[in-house]
Design a protein around this ligand. Sequence first.
Ligand SMILES: [Zn+2]
Length: 215
Amino acid sequence: MLRQVAEGVLVHESEFCQSNAVVVHGRDGVLLIDPGVQDHEMACLANDLSDSGRTVVAGFSTHPDWDHLLWHPQLGTAPRYGTARCAAAVRDQLSDPGAKADITAHLLGTGIAERVPLDLYGLITALPAETARIPWDGPQVRIIEHQAHAPGHAALFIEERGVLVAGDMLSDVLVPMLDLDGTADPIEDYLAALRLLEGGWRMSASPRVGREPIR
Ligand SMILES: [Zn+2]
């Protein structure tokens, strides 16, 4: 079920690690950030959207980890964006013909392996490097790319709604997970990213006091 957290911003929480899919209302439809994990959860989200007369006009994956690259046919065929580095990392993953089977194998024992749909996995359109905002007809959504957790990870800041979508940088249930493969100093990269997010938040023209960042 969708839960409103700010005007025109709603979240759909997965049973898996309490990760959030985030919906932002635009003029002609919604921006969908990190759509979800399990088949029935994304179908539920798609039904909630169609029940409210809304369609997805743009998607965004915050980073190239498997649980942020999924999609459901009922969500439609809107472009699904990621940073250039994110899209390159996904291309690299999918160059291995066994990539999807590896994800399923990785999930064995979690109880959700057969509920994670991989047909539309990773179909990400790269935004040109240095793109500052999501290209869509809705509230301005600033892209804050950094070096922590995964290649090309970006937080999205919906400034006029006072909402920061932090991807996997902040979690209620997991410790911070460092990108141990892609960087020389993953701890400093993580700290630098947190400073960047904090700075973006503080630079907001009219931050809403008391609004919790969305994880
Ligand atoms: Zn992740």
